[in-house]
Design a protein around this ligand. Structure first.
Ligand SMILES: Cc1ncc(COP(=O)(O)O)c(C=O)c1O
Length: 438
């Protein structure tokens, strides 16, 4: 019997990477592959930075493991970095975990505990959005709006209770409809009215969709008005910035771009830049104090806030800051978009090229006018990814199954013109190869 070595389910890409450096991955058979997606939109400073390796080594020697609630120099350095330079000033409390899914679970627990601590146990619905991804735990799989990632689990996981994700390209009123914002706000209002605001704890949302939709941003003004509606109805706003956080969309957080103040904010991915398995759940004093006063526990994960993870994350954030890498994000993103418009802007199978900063999505369809996608069985994104790899570029597949065939770009903030040219040309050629054969 054939040994399926890695990963758990057999895959067709047949490629083995030996090492990585900067924005490139190197295969075992000696090829160089540009990582146009920073892994899973994770690597913001690029791979193989010596300073981070040294910070990790130093931390392991000093404190290889210490129970998460105890303060250590490595933890303190990260907490200081976060509070001083990154977090919105109203988010003063920090809970650390080992990644985005765990951090989202913690956020939901805080929201529910907070409502209970206020004597409102009936406020226990966590609203999510029709297109969304919040992680791979059972609860996050259930409440996310991502069909493909919960197949075979539907009978077990919680059912999502959702509002519509604003999707200007596919607004039911019409493509880029001028009243799209009001349409989607109306959907939020009606959902709250139908469920009863006294039953809703929070809305968990990605301010800009990650891989579930590939950089779908709502119409101008949507989030600020949505926040007003939520506040008027005593519903918490939880911003999942696992993908958008730490400079990825051209601002420290997407919430800053939209002028909103989430009650709880979640980060992961870029927080450790791929050097640490780390996630953060950040909340207000008001929420933490209320939970504390009620006598509830906020339990840690055994491997949360590992000293070496904290040291890696603090060093990644210091590099981002001192090398002013976040300032590169918008100009680089604009350049990629310009290149994409000129190479595939008129392509009959490209429905939309969209993005903020270095989170970019390209939506592929069978028919540009009707926006009808290719049949799901064709796995167009998978094929494009495969062609990209063969041509020396890793492209990240997005979409939920229902809305599909979205290619995501999210490279390191350190790339230059050579990388931009290469990723756009390979994407163009890979799309052409695949649509020609389908
Ligand atoms: C927006 C968002 N939230 C949560 C997660 C889950 O994070 P993790 O895979 O680190 O558990 C992801 C991962 O892709 C994500 O993009």
């Amino acid at each position: 019997m054939e040994l399926v070595k890695w990963p758990f389910l057999k895959q067709s890409w047949g490629i083995e990477f030996e090492r990585s450096e900067g924005a490139y991955l190197y295969t075992k058979d000696g090829r160089k592959v540009l990582d146009a997606a920073g892994g899973a939109i994770v690597s913001n400073i690029g791979y193989g930075r010596e300073e981070v390796a040294e910070a990790i080594a130093k931390a392991v020697k000093n404190n290889s493991y210490i129970l998460p609630p105890f303060l250590t120099p490595e933890r303190e350095a990260l907490l200081d970095e976060l509070r001083e330079y990154w977090l919105p000033s109203h988010l003063t409390r920090i809970h650390l975990s080992s990644g985005g899914s765990e951090a989202n679970e913690s956020a939901v627990k805080l929201a529910i505990q907070y409502q209970n601590s206020r004597g409102k146990p009936e406020k226990n619905i966590i609203l999510t959005r029709s297109l969304s991804y919040h992680g791979t735990t059972l609860n996050m799989s259930g409440i996310s709006g991502h069909q493909a990632r919960k197949r075979g689990l539907e009978s077990y996981v919680p059912k999502p209770i959702t509002i519509e994700t604003p999707y200007p390209l596919r607004c039911p009123l019409g493509k880029y409809h001028p009243e799209a914002k009001d349409y989607y706000l109306d959907d939020l209002k009606k959902t709250i009215e139908r469920l009863g605001s006294n039953n809703i704890a929070a809305l968990l949302m990605e301010p800009i969709n990650g891989s579930s939709g590939g950089a779908i941003a709502p119409p101008e003004g949507y989030w600020i008005e949505a926040q007003e509606i939520l506040r008027a109805n005593d519903i918490l706003l939880i911003a999942d910035e696992v993908m958008t956080g730490f400079g990825r969309v051209g601002s420290d957080f997407a919430s800053n771009l939209y002028g909103i103040e989430p009650d709880i904010l979640i980060a992961g991915k870029g927080m450790g830049g791929g050097y640490a398995a780390i996630g953060g759940t950040y909340s207000t004093d008001k929420i933490a104090d209320s939970i504390q006063n009620a006598g509830y526990e906020v339990m840690f994960h055994t491997f949360a806030a590992l000293p070496q993870s904290c040291a890696a994350s603090a060093e990644v954030l210091r590099i981002l800051r001192e090398e002013k890498l976040c300032e590169r994000v918008n100009p680089l993103g604009d350049k990629i978009l310009q290149n994409l418009y000129s190479e595939i802007g008129q392509h009959p199978n490209v429905a939309e090229i969209r993005g903020k900063g270095l989170l970019i999505g390209i939506e592929i369809v069978e028919d540009k006018n009707s926006l009808i996608p290719f049949d799901e069985s064709k796995k167009i994104t998978g094929q494009i990814m495969q062609k990209g790899l063969e041509r020396g570029v890793f492209l990240y597949p997005g979409g939920t199954g229902t809305y599909r065939d979205i290619i995501c770009l999210g490279p390191a903030y350190t790339i230059g013109d050579t990388e931009i040219k290469l990723m756009v040309e390979v994407l163009r050629d890979s799309i052409n190869d695949v649509v020609r054969d389908n």
